[in-house]
Design a binder for this molecule. Structure first.
Ligand code: ZN
Length: 113
């Protein structure tokens, strides 16, 4: 099955592929721009408007699927966008949140960072 992407997604994908350092056993780091927290930010002025995406969220969405609000790095490297190092923590966070609010009766008491 062909993956159909929009021009915008194609454009960001090119930016990411051309501006990153790939360690195939480790982290993939975007090098062209980081925000103050160290997350890769791809910015383009080539579209009809200036626009930017958070690289790790963008790549996760393109390779794995839709992502919630909380996408965590298992490698603690915010510039990394290797999908193997990213965990959609939204569901876990919701569980922990429910636990914190006393609505969680499960036996597992894992602290999720
Ligand atoms: Zn990593």
């Amino acid at each position: 099955m062909d993956i159909i992407r929009s021009n915008e997604e194609d454009h960001y994908l090119d930016l990411v592929l051309q501006n990153s350092k790939f360690d195939f056993d480790g982290c993939w780091e975007y090098t062209a721009g980081l925000d103050k927290n160290g997350y890769g930010i791809a910015t383009t002025r080539k579209l009809p408007y200036t626009s930017s995406v958070r690289v790790h969220k963008f790549v996760y969405r393109m390779t794995v699927g839709e992502v919630g609000n909380l996408l965590c790095h298992t490698c603690d490297n915010p510039a990394c966008f290797n999908p193997d190092h990213l965990v959609d923590a939204t569901a876990k966070w919701n569980t922990q949140d429910a636990y914190a609010k006393g609505r969680w009766n499960g036996r597992e008491k894992r602290i999720f960072k």
